[in-house]
Design a protein around this ligand. Structure first.
Ligand SMILES: C[S@@+](CC[C@H](N)C(=O)[O-])C[C@H]1O[C@@H](n2cnc3c(N)ncnc32)[C@H](O)[C@@H]1O
Length: 262
């Protein structure tokens, strides 16, 4: 399908990207959203805002092809120069590039991954961007929107469906993580300014950090064991932790959005 001609919603921002920086979120998407992709009538996945080079779109296609060999990844960029620069990497129908913004160019994808895009917008612009993306999803579709550091060692993302935000995930390379509070710098745009005492997300970050400190005795078994113990402690304390230990061992924690939003 050719994207509809309409003015892309959004603004051109810095195009910084890096090979493999999105491996954590891609692994999570393949696992958490794999059923949705596998059952989709049209396996269209959009990588929104792929940046100065299309490398993370190329990687997304390869990672999701394991779940759905006929997956079609379309990289959408609001910067026409970056759309032109990506064309040599196109491999239709499995990998294509076009111009588009939060309206998703009139397409109806089953999954949208938008990474390090909203980070450069104002917090007040988040609800409209989310509504535009989720309003364009195919029935049962999901959007995964978040941010990470340059090398992808610290990351945070929100899962959204047609009803709005569902969950928040924080993920880290555990071997280089000093303490979970460091992940606060990768909190979502909608949360980062609220990471203070008295706000739900401030309580969540403090609880995770405290559980990590309390699990110090597990450090001799390795950072994975310590993280897994800390996340288990949060679940035992009543935090709505959604993923299971197999994801915790990857250095992830996923909680219900309602537990961290105002
Ligand atoms: C920092 S780069 C992120 C690249 C890649 N996603 C990554 O995480 O490595 C952000 C890109 O998003 C693009 N962008 C910003 N707003 C957008 C929008 N509303 N729709 C599509 N692309 C957008 C910018 O032009 C820029 O190239």
């Amino acid at each position: 399908m050719t994207p509809a001609r309409r003015r892309p919603v959004g603004v051109v921002t810095r195009g910084t990207t890096n090979p493999n920086r999105l491996r954590r979120v891609d692994g999570w998407i393949a696992r958490r959203c794999g059923t949705v992709l596998a059952g989709a009538a049209d396996p269209l996945v959009i990588d929104l805002g792929y940046g100065a080079t299309p490398v993370t779109a190329v990687e997304l296609r390869a990672r999701l092809a394991v779940v759905r060999p006929d997956v079609r990844v379309m990289g959408l960029e609001i910067d026409p120069a970056r759309v032109a620069a990506a064309q040599p990497a196109a491999d239709p129908p499995g990998l294509t590039f076009a111009r588009g913004g939060f309206e998703l160019a009139g397409l109806r994808p089953v999954i949208v991954r938008a990474f390090n895009v909203l980070r450069q917008y104002d917090e007040a612009e988040v609800p409209a961007a989310w509504a535009a993306m989720t309003g364009a999803l195919a029935p049962g579709g999901v959007a995964v929107e978040g941010t990470c550091d340059e090398l992808g060692r610290l990351a945070g993302w929100v899962l959204l469906d047609a009803s709005g935000p569902v969950s928040l995930t924080l993920a880290a390379r555990l071997s280089s993580l000093d303490r979970p509070a460091t992940l606060a710098e990768r909190l979502h745009k909608a949360l980062i300014h609220h990471n203070v005492t008295g706000h739900p997300v401030g309580g969540f970050v403090a609880a995770l950090d405290g559980a990590w400190q309390a699990a110090a005795g597990y450090a001799s078994f390795g950072a994975r064991q310590r993280w897994t113990r800390a996340v288990a402690a949060l679940a035992e304390a009543g935090w709505p932790v959604l993923d299971r230990a197999d994801r915790w061992r990857q250095g992830e924690i996923t909680v219900a959005w309602s537990a961290v939003s105002a």
